[in-house]
Design a protein around this ligand. Structure first.
Ligand code: GDP
Ligand code: IMO
Ligand code: MG
Length: 429
C-alpha cells in the first residue's frame, strides 16, 4: 500500500480541511506531516463549523486513526484547548488520535521569540501567525528542541528551564519587553502554567513511535492519507522566501514528516481555490485592490481561520499553479470556492508574467521584483448559483469551460469540484 497525499497549491487556506474530511471515509489513517497551529482547517457539516489547528481533519470519523506526525510541531496549550473543544462537542479524541514521540514542542518562550523577531523586522515583517513556528523549527535544526516523547522523562522540567533560559538571553538582546507581552491574551507566566498543565496530554493520548506505526499499517494493507498544512507557495525552499513558513509544505515532506520512503507515495491531490488568497506579507502578483478583490473577500469570507486577519485576494495564477503541480508531482487537482464567483460577469486569470519586456510562463526567482507584472486573460462568468448542484453535468457551461481551460493550461485533471463549505457541497468527477 502507498500513502496518498493531499496538500495546498497556493498560499494556504485552499480548503484542505474540508476535502480531507470528505475523503476520510475512504481511509484508515489521516496523518499530518508538517506545520503546527499556524494552520486553521475548517470543516462544516450538520450545520456546525469546526476549526482544527493541530489535529488532523479526519478526527470526526471515529473509525479513522488521526496521527500527528513527527514533522508537526505542537503547542501543548493550543492542543489542549482543541481537544477540549472536541470533547465539548461530544467527540472522544483519546480513541482515535495518536501523536508521534518525535514531534517537537512549541514552548511559551518560542512564542516570545517569534514576536520579538517579527517586531525587529519592522516593515519587512513576515506577517507570522505568531504561533512560535519559526523559532521551534530553528531549535529543531539547531538540535536544541524538546520533543513529545521527552515529556515523560525525568529531566523534562530541567531541560525545559534550560531552553527557556537560552531564549530569555536572546530576548534580552532584542530588548523585548516580556512582562507586557500577551500570548493569546495571557501573560507569559499564565500561559506557561497552562502549557505545563497540558503536558498531561502525554498520558491521555497515545504517544507512539509513529514511523513504525505508519509502516506496519502500510504493510498490513491500511489506507493512509497525509494531510498538508499551509501551501506550496509558503514552502521554506520553494515559496516566496523569506515570506514563507518555516517548514517544507510540499509532498517530499511527507517522507521526512512521517517516516515513509519516497517509493511509498501514491496519489497526490493538490487543492487550489478558483482564485488566490494570501494572508501575511510577501509577493502576490495577481492581488486585487479594487471592488473585485473586495467581492472575493466578502463572498468567500476571506478572513483567517487562525488569526481572523483579512486575506488578500486576487485572480488565479496559472504559472504559480503549474509550478506547485511540478514540485509536488500532483496527480489530481481539486478546485474549491468556484461558488464565490457565482455573480461575477467576468473572471480574469494570469496566463504568464512580464518582467522588463521579458515574457515568463513560470514562477521566477525574481518573484519579489516590483517589475514583475501579471498578464491577464478574461473569461466569461457563469452568473448562476452553484452551491446546491450535486452532479458535474449540472455545472454551468462557462464554469465547465473555466475548469477545462485550467486543466489544459496546467496539464493535470481536476477530479473534485467543491461548491460550498459543507461536506455535502462536493462534486466528485
Ligand atoms: P484550509 O486551511 O486549506 O483547510 O482552509 P481554511 O479552512 O483555512 O479556509 C477555507 C475556507 O473556505 C473555510 O472557511 C471553508 O469552510 C471554506 N470553504 C472550503 N471549500 C469551500 C467551497 O468550495 N466554497 C466555499 N464558499 N467555501 C469553502
Ligand atoms: P493553513 O494550513 C495561510 C502564513 C502566515 C505568514 C507566513 C508565516 O490553514 O492553510 P508562520 O506563522 O508560519 O510563521 O507564518 O505563513 N501562514 C498561513 N497562511 N494558511 C496557513 O495555514 C498558514 N500558515 C502560515 O500568514 O504569512
Ligand atoms: Mg487555513
Amino acid at each position: 500500500m502507498k500513502v496518498d497525499v493531499l496538500l495546498g497549491l497556493q498560499w494556504g487556506d485552499e480548503g484542505k480541511g474540508k476535502i480531507v474530511d470528505v475523503f476520510t471515509p475512504k481511509y484508515d489513517i489521516i496523518a499530518r506531516f508538517q506545520g503546527g497551529p499556524n494552520a486553521g482547517h475548517t470543516l462544516e457539516f450538520n450545520g456546525l463549523k469546526h476549526v482544527l489547528h493541530t489535529i488532523p481533519s479526519g478526527i470526526f470519523h471515529e473509525e479513522t486513526i488521526n496521527l500527528i506526525g513527527n514533522g508537526v510541531i505542537i503547542d501543548l496549550k493550543i492542543l489542549q484547548d482543541e481537544l477540549q473543544k472536541l470533547i465539548d462537542k461530544g467527540a472522544n479524541p483519546s480513541k482515535n488520535l495518536m501523536i508521534s514521540k518525535k514531534s517537537h514542542l512549541i514552548t511559551p518562550s518560542h512564542r516570545l521569540l517569534d514576536a520579538a523577531y517579527e517586531q525587529s523586522k519592522g516593515k519587512q515583517k513576515i506577517g507570522s501567525t505568531l504561533k512560535g513556528i519559526g523559532p521551534t523549527y530553528t531549535d529543531k535544526i539547531a538540535r536544541l528542541g524538546l520533543r513529545m516523547g521527552d515529556i515523560q522523562m525525568k529531566n523534562f522540567k530541567e531541560r525545559y528551564e534550560h531552553l527557556k533560559a537560552l531564549h530569555f538571553e536572546i530576548l534580552k538582546t532584542y530588548s523585548f519587553d516580556i512582562s507586557s507581552h500577551k500570548i493569546d491574551g495571557l501573560n507569559f507566566e499564565e500561559y506557561e502554567q497552562k502549557w505545563m498543565e497540558a503536558t498531561k496530554i502525554a498520558s491521555e493520548i497515545p504517544v507512539i513511535d509513529s514511523e513504525q506505526f505508519i509502516n506496519q499499517s502500510l504493510k498490513s494493507g491500511k489506507l493512509i492519507l497525509a494531510e498538508g498544512a499551509q501551501g506550496t507557495l509558503l514552502d521554506v525552499d520553494f515559496g516566496s522566501y523569506p515570506f514563507v513558513t518555516s517548514s517544507n509544505t510540499v509532498s517530499a515532506a511527507v517522507c521526512t514528516g512521517l517516516g515513509v520512503a519516497p517509493n511509498k507515495i501514491g496519489r497526490t491531490y493538490g487543492v487550489f481555490k478558483a482564485y488566490c488568497t494570501r494572508v501575511g506579507s510577501g509577493p502576490f502578483p495577481t492581488e486585487l485592490f479594487d471592488n473585485s478583490g473586495q467581492l472575493l473577500r466578502d463572498n468567500g469570507h476571506e478572513y483567517g481561520s487562525t488569526t481572523g486577519r483579512p486575506r488578500r485576494c486576487g485572480w488565479l495564477d496559472i504559472p504559480a499553479l503549474r509550478y506547485s503541480i511540478m514540485i509536488n508531482g500532483v496527480t489530481d487537482l481539486i478546485i474549491t470556492k468556484a461558488d464565490v464567483m457565482d455573480d461575477f460577469d467576468s473572471i480574469d486569470v494570469c496566463t504568464h508574467y512580464q518582467i522588463n519586456e521579458q515574457k515568463l510562463d513560470y514562477m521566477p526567482y525574481e518573484i519579489l521584483d516590483d517589475q514583475l507584472k501579471p498578464v491577464l486573460e478574461s473569461h466569461k462568468g457563469w452568473r448562476k448559483d452553484i452551491v446546491d448542484l450535486t452532479e458535474i453535468n449540472q455545472l454551468p457551461k462557462e464554469l465547465m469551460e473555466y475548469i477545462e481551460y485550467i486543466e489544459k493550461a496546467v496539464d493535470c485533471p481536476i477530479s473534485v469540484v467543491s461548491v460550498g463549505p459543507d461536506r455535502v457541497q462536493t462534486i466528485i468527477r
